[in-house]
Design a binder for this molecule. Structure first.
Ligand code: TRP
Ligand code: SF4
Length: 414
């Protein structure tokens, strides 16, 4: 490159992804295929933050202090085993970051009680966990704690299961309200004008057209087009700052400066893996295959798996649709094998033990790299602590910056 060649533009900052998991200890195949596999995939494209939601565990299991620490580190080992790479994503523990609690407290001031009482998981969980006393302040408030977890990293995307959709929706409402209440910073209009000037005349005009259209009709299309202009500027315009982005996104929505951007849920289609008995896979039901189960254990568990109840004898034909083993084939087997299963099962041509063998082989093969990655960490537990330590400090830097903005916006910067 010659000295006067133009400097190539810096790559646009990667959008941030955030997700958390309660520390349940060693994870099972359901966790892997339902969430973790997706987390691993996302780290290649996004700036990913993944954390152990240990305070969340206490919202329902507040008396289980003896197992917490073990559960935390067992889970992190499984994350790394699955392929989360501490050099490419940030792994940390919620309770090490009091900033989450501070934001939770501040958001709580302006959050109507009704918003929390109406979260569908509130009543659901109360029903399901009847055996414990959940008439607590912490349990009611936990979706707001989740909102703080997300907003403190200004996350763009939150990969979660459908069951958590309402929590991300609440997070969006909380952010919108916060920006509305506190987003009108001094000099807002002048600063918007300065940012618009950086856009250039054509884009500024186009942006303004979309802003008006959104204000008048609420058209999501206009909003998307306006946001696209801002994103384009963020990637291409020299001297563009995050502040410019926040000002214009706020201006576009008519809400003032966007201090806490609204996240989007990232629902990925996942195949639900049943447990050994056909019910939902769960450690507490005792029907799970753990990510780090030894091959002999996997073999024993799968061999003992429930099959189509109509196949009492080897000579009875079966129906894969009514057999949980088939769900495993759908996930693990190629077309030829699946064909062999359907034909063999419905004609009583194969036995169930025979049918289960390819599943056993596939799981054992899938586990091989997990076991290898976990080995180093199991041999040297300090290494896991180290990974979490580094991640926690990385997360803290971001959380601190947000809290500075939040305190300033709320008049607490004295
Ligand atoms: N509530 C989530 C669960 O029970 C865990 C969680 C806590 C979370 N904070 C989060 C998930 C923030 C995504 C983002 O599974
Ligand atoms: Fe299930 Fe396979 Fe047995 Fe059919 S042959 S009932 S699919 S285990």
């Amino acid at each position: 490159m010659t000295a006067d060649a133009p400097v190539p533009p810096a790559p646009a900052p990667r959008a941030r992804v955030l997700s958390g998991m309660r520390p349940t200890g060693s994870l099972h195949l359901g966790h892997y295929h339902g969430a973790l596999k997706n987390w691993v995939r996302l780290q290649a494209e996004y700036d990913c933050y993944y954390f152990v939601a240990d305070w969340h565990a206490l919202t329902t299991h507040y008396e289980e202090r003896d197992v917490l620490e073990k559960h935390v580190y067992d889970m992190v080992i499984d994350w790394i085993a699955a392929g989360l790479d501490p050099d490419r994503c940030t792994i940390f523990i919620q309770s090490r970051l009091p900033e989450h609690a501070e934001l939770f407290t501040l958001l709580a001031m302006g959050t109507p009680l009704g918003w929390l009482e109406r979260v569908p998981t509130y009543k659901d969980q109360m029903e399901k966990l009847k055996d414990r006393d959940l008439a607590t302040y912490g349990f009611l408030g936990y979706p707001l704690l989740q909102a703080a977890d997300i907003l403190i990293y200004k996350a763009a995307y939150v990969p979660v299961g459908e069951d958590q959709a309402s929590h991300v929706e609440l997070t969006r409402e909380v952010a919108r309200r916060f920006n509305h209440l506190y987003g009108r910073v001094p000099g807002f209009e002048t600063r918007v004008a300065a940012a618009l000037a950086k856009l250039g005349r054509d884009d500024a005009r186009y942006f303004d057209k979309q802003r008006k259209a959104f204000g008048e009709t609420g058209s999501p299309d206009a909003l998307a087009k306006g946001e696209a202009i801002v994103r384009k500027a963020a990637a291409n315009v020299a001297g563009w700052s995050d502040d410019d982005t926040e000002l214009l996104l706020g201006h576009l929505r008519g809400s003032g400066k966007t201090i806490l951007p609204e996240p989007q849920a990232l629902h990925t289609e996942v195949l639900r893996l049943p447990g050994l008995d056909g019910a939902k896979m769960s450690k507490s039901y005792g029907n799970a295959v753990l990510m780090r189960d030894e091959p002999a254990v996997v073999e024993k568990k799968i061999r003992g798996m429930t099959t189509d109840p109509a196949r009492v004898r080897r000579s009875d034909p079966g129906d894969p649709q009514r057999c949980p083993v088939w769900q495993f084939h759908k996930l693990y087997s190629d077309d030829a094998t699946k064909d062999w299963v359907v034909k063999g099962c419905t004609s009583a041509g194969i036995g169930c033990i025979e049918c289960k063998q390819p599943v056993i082989d596939a799981i054992v093969k899938e586990q091989q790299p997990w076991r290898e990655r976990a080995e180093a960490y199991l041999a040297n537990p300090k290494q896991v602590h180290w990974v979490v330590e580094l991640g926690t400090e990385r997360a803290r830097a971001v959380a601190k910056r947000t809290m500075k903005d939040v305190r300033e916006a709320m008049g607490l910067n004295y």
